[in-house]
Design a protein around this ligand. Structure first.
Ligand SMILES: [Zn+2]
Length: 107
């Protein structure tokens, strides 16, 4: 069983590491991650477009297309992390959507 199967809904775990239980330290946390998932996805999409557009405006010949693509990935990663951070704030401070599967501590 891989991690994505074991923790459905945490497909953005690369950008957004799972929280740790504040009570027992377990990482077996149930979370909806509404804000985090939407924030990371939205940020990655916007960042990818912005990065590609900005680079594409600065380069015109075919040899530098890879630069634009790289810029798109960089933009997506950067903005995805920013979106994740914003979503994490919403999740942590507003939604309080975590529950430990080991000790049932909610936070
Ligand atoms: Zn716990």
């Amino acid at each position: 069983m891989n991690e994505l199967t074991q923790y459905p809904g945490n497909e953005y775990s690369i950008l957004c590491p799972r929280p740790t239980c504040q009570s027992c330290g377990s990482q077996n946390i149930h979370t909806r991650n509404y804000g985090r998932r939407s924030g990371a996805a939205l940020g990655a999409a916007l960042g990818g477009i912005a990065g590609y557009t900005q680079a594409a405006e600065e380069v015109s010949d075919l040899s530098t297309v890879s630069v634009a693509i790289l810029a798109a990935f960089t933009g997506a990663l950067t903005a995805g992390l920013a979106g994740c951070a914003l979503g994490k704030f919403v999740d942590d401070k507003i939604l309080e959507n975590y529950q430990c599967r080991d000790c049932n501590h909610s936070f």
